[in-house]
Design a protein around this ligand. Sequence first.
Ligand code: HEM
Length: 134
Amino acid sequence: MIQEAQSHTQVITALHLLAAKEIDPLAQIYERFFRLCPEARGLMGHSDEPMRGRMLEQTFEILMDADLHGAESYFRWEITNHVTAYGVAPNMYDAYFEAIGQVLAEILGEAWSASLNDAWRMQVANLLADVAQV
Ligand code: HEM
């Protein structure tokens, strides 16, 4: 549990570092996501930049606020919504988080330490556990 809290804090710090760099990762993240998961491009190809921005913003919120994931959470509700309303497949979440992690690592460079990488993996595993519950 302590380990989980630490990994959570590290991921929050990484997102603050990203904000401090004033680099908008949106285009890179979606490009990477669609490359890792071409079916996602099929579902989202028509979506505009503001929509993609809102989705990424919500994702960062979920990563930073533990109350937004887990049982009975906003994230679980949103996954059900995505699966039923948009036809999103659970495995697309793996590719989405992988794309975000890869792009963050590239942007943060040396600040993306081995321990931050472990923290990221732990946070993503937690979120994917929610996906598996839906
Ligand atoms: C943490 C993960 C995710 C979160 C928090 C999230 C959040 C959101 C939100 C808030 C919207 C509505 C945006 C708006 O119109 O205001 C949205 C739309 C959408 N999301 Fe996600 N999303 C996630 C992952 C995914 C994944 C993995 C896919 C797979 C392709 C996906 C596909 C879509 C699609 C197809 C729409 C609707 C697009 C449209 O109306 O044009 N999302 N998402």
